[in-house]
Design a protein around this ligand. Structure first.
Ligand code: FEO
Ligand code: CA
Ligand code: CA
Length: 632
């Protein structure tokens, strides 16, 4: 642990460091299954009319040209980049809107090149590591709600040794820089800007009071000394992807919450709690934030139930700056990526969610009640049924209800608090790290980025479930990722069954002439790895953002920096639209209400982007057309 740069570890690398797992699967058998799956892939992947034809070969040059000549993309795709800048197609321009440390209020000191900013006022500035975001149009105001996922400790605490907090102020600063920003933005002569001191501006961070509601609220596992009711917690953390409800609220999703907790002594806990710690990766050392050494709330030796109060989906009303955010236990507790809300034909609320860890599950919530515009929304994200997905190899799938009866667990509260264990109990399909799920507004279908999984076919998941290659996860040691999509039966997102296929398998045809070369819609012009963020525009094109290996070497040669591409769900074509600075992940995507501006997040850039001096700063940029036209 001490001979690696822990400020550079990924989420899964931290988990494996703290909870090493044996390589459990038989490799020969895995290869055998993978080979047989290749035939299966070729057989089932004609999906709907004119869908992408999948396989292991390459498009010929003439096919690729024919694809480009006829496509719906209103731009000339760009080349890869390896520099420390952002690139967009000819005819488009980009500008920085908000950087980590930019004051949201005139009483905040703002950014300091050497120190990154003082602890005082660190909850009054735009936070670090921008991620999922949504735009809300409210009485003529454009409001952006945006996540600040985690802290780059070495950047946020440049004076601290290895980015390790040296005192309570350092911890408080990290806590303040993460969470959520709500801010008003407006378009002026010089482009878009944050409206400083807008009454809508708000920072929500690791110490903001929250209400816990739903079936698990008040359960003993959620009670702490500070909150004996189990209904009031502090803070939302590791806010990754986002969602928006039909009633105009923001959903922020708590992902790698486990990394903030540690223990100053061996926690005295029940076997149930200990099992939960193991499944969710809550260990003695945490991930280097060291909160537990300076803030007892994060010390599981003193507050063993505190981690149960994180890992939820949180609802925020961006139009009411004084409102208390709400943690919805009905949506289950896991490492939430995002929450995609759609309505069933009968008005029930359906929420699709992924659990981003190697070998974890895809979930769906279906409400009991129905949504009517202007009607009460009470219980619509809590009273209902949580399901986990089972993908069959024949291209069908089913949603498995997670209840005390189906799981053998004691009650619904425990099913929800330990949703991962519930998913394992019903035999849900282990997935290659489910990242964003988005629903196509032009068809009754949903897409999920399965970003990568080097443990596929190699190691079990954290619960001990084997992870053999399977239908939607067809490659062992999957370093490239794929996008699976499903169509619910009866055109009803609330249906219990669906058909699925792979929209794309990323790969590198310059290195491999087998399944690792990617599906047929991978061409020389669109090489990428590790799809992650995603969004549909109003025309039904799907925008794909990547968070992968940007070394441009070896298996990843020719892929360049992380990027944003756009895909046509009908033809399967994919074109590269944008590249981010080296070192960064492109994540977070939303449009202005007039669809003439696209807001895109650049997380953890390298170099000293975007300022050219001082520390690198994650930022939201705007992308517009030079002719003022629509961008989606
Ligand atoms: Fe925060 Fe799974 O990405
Ligand atoms: Ca992500
Ligand atoms: Ca990712």
């Amino acid at each position: 642990m001490k001979d690696v740069d822990t400020t550079k570890l990924s989420a899964d690398e931290w988990d494996e460091l703290n909870f090493p797992r044996p390589e459990a699967n038989d490799f020969d058998a895995v290869v055998e299954r993978a080979i047989s799956r290749r035939g299966f892939m070729g057989g089932i992947l004609a999906f709907g009319s004119g869908a992408a034809v999948m396989g292991t070969g390459l498009l010929s040059g003439s096919s690729a040209q024919a694809m480009n000549a006829a496509n719906r993309f209103p731009f000339t795709p760009i080349d890869i980049a390896t520099d420390f800048d952002v690139h967009v197609p000819e005819g488009y321009r980009w500008q920085v809107l908000a950087r980590w440390g930019d004051p949201l209020f005139s009483d905040a000191d703002g950014y300091d090149v050497a120190e990154g900013g003082p602890v005082a006022g660190s909850d009054r500035v735009f936070g670090e590591n921008t991620d999922g975001m949504e735009v809300f149009s409210f009485r003529g105001h454009q409001l952006i709600a945006v996540n600040h996922e985690y802290a780059n400790r070495d950047v946020n605490l440049p004076a601290a040794q290895d980015g390790t907090p040296a005192n309570a102020d350092d911890v408080r600063k990290l806590q303040n820089l993460q969470g959520v920003t709500v801010m008003e933005v407006r378009e002026g002569d010089a482009g878009w800007e944050v409206v400083k001191d807008s009454p809508f501006n708000r920072r929500i961070h690791h110490n903001t009071p929250m209400t816990i509601v739903g079936p698990a609220a008040g359960h003993d596992l959620l009670k702490t000394e500070a909150d004996p009711t189990g209904t009031a917690s502090l803070g939302t953390m590791n806010n990754c992807g986002s969602g928006m409800t039909p009633w105009g609220t923001y959903l922020t999703c708590e992902e790698n919450f486990n990394g903030y907790f540690g223990a100053t002594a061996e926690p005295e806990v029940t076997a149930q709690v200990s099992d939960g710690f193991s499944r969710y990766g809550i260990g003695a050392d945490g991930w280097g934030y060291d909160y537990h050494k300076w803030d007892a709330r994060f010390d599981t030796a003193k507050n063993p139930n505190e981690p149960h109060r994180a890992g939820w989906v949180v609802e925020i009303d961006p139009t009411k700056p004084d409102s208390t955010p709400v943690k919805h236990t009905g949506l289950g507790r896991f490492k939430h990526e995002n929450a995609e809300v759609v309505l069933a034909p009968d008005g029930r609320v359906v929420v699709y969610m992924g659990d981003d860890e190697r070998g974890e599950f895809v979930y769906k919530f279906v409400s009991n009640g129905t949504y009517t515009p202007g009607g009460s929304t009470e219980g619509l994200l809590d009273d209902g049924t949580l399901f986990a997905a089972k993908f069959n190899d024949d291209g069908t799938g089913e949603w498995l209800a997670l209840t005390p009866e189906t799981t053998g667990m004691a009650n619904l509260a425990e099913v929800l608090i330990f949703a991962r264990k519930a998913g394992s109990a019903v035999g849900a399909t282990t997935m290659d790290r489910p990242e964003w799920i988005r629903a196509n507004p032009r068809a009754v279908e949903a897409y999920c980025c399965l970003t990568n999984n080097r443990n596929r076919g190699v190691k079990p998941n954290a619960g001990g479930d084997e992870t053999p290659v399977n239908g939607p996860n067809p490659r062992e040691t999957n370093n490239y990722g794929q996008i699976v999509r499903w169509r619910p039966h009866d055109d009803d997102h609330a249906a219990d069954t669906f058909d699925w296929d792979l929209y794309v398998m990323a790969g590198n045809p310059n290195v491999y002439d087998n399944v690792y070369g990617g599906s047929e819609n991978i061409t020389q012009g669109n090489l990428f790895n590790s799809p992650d963020g995603m969004g549909f525009d109003s025309t039904g094109l799907v925008w794909i953002q990547t968070d992968g290996d940007d070394s441009n070497e070896g298996e990843f040669e020719g892929m360049g920096n992380n990027q944003m591409l756009v895909g046509d769900p009908v033809t399967g074509e994919i074109a590269r639209f944008m590249t981010g600075p080296n070192g960064s992940e492109v994540t977070g995507l939303a449009w202005s209400s007039d669809r003439r501006t696209m807001f895109v997040g650049i997380q953890h850039p390298g170099g000293s982007w975007p300022d050219g001096t001082g520390l690198p700063r994650s930022a939201i940029i705007t992308v517009t057309r030079e002719d003022g036209g629509l961008v989606g």
